[in-house]
Write a protein that binds this ligand. Structure first.
Ligand code: NDP
Length: 331
């Protein structure tokens, strides 16, 4: 364990231009924490793509090891809740942003950030789910807490071919909801239907500026896209419905009016995964163990090795990745 190990490191000099490289690090290079993890698997999320491409200011401490998620085995722990050998999952909490992250053989973190990996979810499947899939579950739970059931009407999912969208479709379908998938990749229709989408719409129907109120087309929605798409989803939600919003793939603006709220009683439910409290995370992961079809999870994910992380992160931001990517650290 004293031998150097490989890590992806993002650094920047006085010119503020960032450099991404694979470096040999020692445990002393990691940051403080009461648990040392050996990373079994990790994944590439949209946020990791933004960090590696430098397209948005995700990294707030240099140098930084990116990677916001991992499934890991505990090597050493002085945290009361965990001992060496435990299998755990880590999502968010600023890991890969302000605290050295998961794109390395080892990570040293706070035990307060960890949850025990449910026995019925393997390390690889946990990362096929990752923050994107766990956020999809948080969105579904938000719609259910609001009272939307399959009998309420269809649910529209934007960014359907992405990580959040593809997992959301799979979960909603398993729970019996009728799902409308909005995508810019109509050639993936068969794939989206295989996940459980009942209807496919072209994302252009939602991504252009629209009217304050439109025809009532769905009972609710899960939005990973923001901007005009979210505004139009709200404008086309039926009376009393709700949209869970978690993403900004189109933009961080929300060019909407108050009309859906004041004339149709629509609710906008914000969803954050990064700082979500532990009981909510545990509930989401427990539910992922039975509300997500493992066969569908495998069909929407692909596995890569550590050496392919950087190029895959660029491809994800270019919209060229379908579903989810798992990084097998032993590959
Ligand atoms: P992906 O890159 O996997 O998917 C994003 C999808 O959005 C794309 O596949 C594409 O779907 C669609 N899309 C991309 N660009 C545009 C555009 N310009 N206009 C409309 N649609 C577009 O990312 P994820 O699914 O992992 O994440 C989606 C969003 O959710 C990101 O903004 C991410 O930051 C956010 N997120 C937020 C979390 C939170 O805690 N709130 C947690 C996890 C993610 P298609 O090709 O089907 O049209």
């Amino acid at each position: 364990m004293q031998e150097p190990f490989e890590a992806i490191v993002i650094s920047r000099g006085d010119d503020k231009v960032q450099k991404v490289e694979t470096r040999q690090l020692n445990l002393d290079d990691l940051m403080d924490g009461d648990v040392l993890l050996e990373v079994e698997a990790t994944t590439i999320n949209y946020k990791d793509g933004l960090a590696i491409t430098g397209k948005a200011p995700v990294i707030r401490r240099w140098p930084m090891i990116p990677g916001i998620d991992c499934a890991a085995t505990i090597v050493k722990s002085s945290h009361a809740g965990f001992t060496a050998g435990d299998s755990v999952i880590l999502n968010g909490w600023g890991v890969g942003e302000t605290h050295m992250g998961a794109f390395a053989k080892y990570a040293r973190v706070s035990g307060d950030w960890l949850i025990k990996r449910p026995a019925n979810i393997s390390a690889m499947d946990a990362m096929a789910i990752g923050t994107a899939g766990y956020t999809s579950m948080l969105c579904v739970m938000a719609l259910q807490r609001y009272g939307l059931t399959p009998a309420s009407g269809p649910i529209v999912v934007s960014g359907a071919n992405g990580g959040v969208g593809s997992v959301a479709i799979s979960i909603l379908s398993k729970l019996g909801y009728t799902v409308i998938a909005s995508t810019g990749r109509p050639e993936e229709e068969d794939f989206l239907r295989s996940l459980g989408a009942d209807d496919i719409i072209d994302r252009k129907e939602l991504s252009e500026p629209g009217r304050p109120l439109g025809k009532e087309r769905w009972a609710g929605g899960i939005d990973a896209v923001g901007s005009h798409t979210l505004a139009n989803m709200l404008a086309m939600t039926q009376y009393g419905g709700a949209v869970a919003a978690c993403g900004l793939a189109q933009g961080m603006d929300l060019p909407a009016t108050v009309m859906p709220f004041i004339l149709r009683g629509i609710a906008l439910l914000g969803v954050d995964s990064v700082m979500a409290p532990k009981p909510l995370r545990e509930e989401a992961w427990e539910r992922l163990g039975h509300d997500l079809d493992v066969g569908k999870l495998h069909s929407l994910s692909k596995t890569i090795g550590f050496d392919e992380i950087v190029e895959t992160a660029h491809a994800l931001i270019d919209g060229k990745i379908r579903g989810r990517v798992v990084v097998d650290m032993k590959k």
